[in-house]
Design a protein around this ligand. Sequence first.
Ligand code: MN
Ligand code: MN
Length: 464
Amino acid sequence: MDNELNKLFNKKEIGWNKIDDNEKNAIFSFCDGYMKFLNTSKTEREAVCTARKIAEENGFRDIATFDSLKPGDKVFFVNREKSMYLAVIGTEKLENGIQIVGAHIDSPRLDLKPNPLYEDSGFAYFKTHYYGGIKKYQWTTIPLSLHGVIVKANGEKITINIGEAPDDPIFTISDLLPHLAQDQMEKKLKNGIDGEDLALLLGSIPYDDEKTSEKIKLNILNILNQKYDITETDLLSSEIEVVPEFKARSLGFDSSMIAGYGQDDRACAYTSLSAMMSLQNVKTTAVCILSDKEEIGSMGNTGMESHMFDFFISELLNKTGENRPNLLDKVFCFSKMLSADVDAGFDPLYASVSDKTNAAFLGHGIGLNKYTGARGKSGASDANAEYVAWVRNVFEKNNIRYQVSELGKVDVGGGGTIAYILANKGVDVIDCGVPVLSMHAPYEVTSKYDVYSAFKAYKAFWEE
Ligand code: MN
Ligand code: MN
């Protein structure tokens, strides 16, 4: 075919095909930083802590320390240690619109129940309640670690992180041996492991005390008391999350991919945060969202459905001296957003759930989802063609490889992101993130090419 006609196709090529050694080195070294972030930021609280440190190292300051804001100022706002907003003030007035990249930093996991500790037949356990959409069988027989906080009634806060350091013990959830699993193996996969059976194995040595019947439990309480100076009652006011102990690693002989926990959505959180750190002088004010609670519907005062984000933007309006009644509504109606959330990558082992013509492929660059939803786009925020064209143009002129896709075949399933929340305020929004294999599993897979593409895409969007 001659070249002129060939141009008529939307060519879908592997990104690795056309890169030189410099670009390849840039991709690999960027992803080394990303893997470090994954390993130190396995929960929303830890992600906020790491992000805050990175922001401060790059000249960002808490918005509360500013009396007024001017173009070039770099600010952040931390909401209850679980979500965070950052901004670089542009030269244009905020009322003409802002440019938002929004990711989330919570991931599927197991949370401890309020009364977690019990003893049964010589073992001590923590009861858990799973958080987000998990396949329960994937969480048994893997090494798990504990992360979170215990807050005493006097306000003293104890940070917990056990199972990550090489010398730490880990925890696990047992499963039935195949020899005795005849009945279990006949069950539907979703019923194979009961939610109540996701109990974390904690210990087996009894405390030497004749008077109590719960000697193993007492021994654990004694260990916790010596280590953290807490009692069983203090666990009532704790938030302890059970996450995979696995470290993020390069995957494959060619090291082209990354295996790691929590890449939904830290792949987009880290890349957007890094892109924000690289900004110098922007015309339009750039805002980065690191949100909590996306995996359970974005509710609550650290989720995107809350008014905390409105409060942050109002503070920007107040401190730039622009504010006047109802101006916030105008800001949103003139704003643009990339909803930075991961996309389902096409998996050849499970090809039947995808429409190959409309699937996102690992290694083909950042994925755009014009809409999400399920059963006839229900619940979707469907980006306007005009806005898709604007975003495409930004990526094309900056040589950023992108693909436009759907989550899966029609009526096979569906999903959602925070896109609709901002779209409902009047913002132009499109989902834009990294394709993932094994999404929501304890060990998720991404392509280094796509992670770096996300960084370049968010940077270009903010610099436009
Ligand atoms: Mn997500
Ligand atoms: Mn998710």
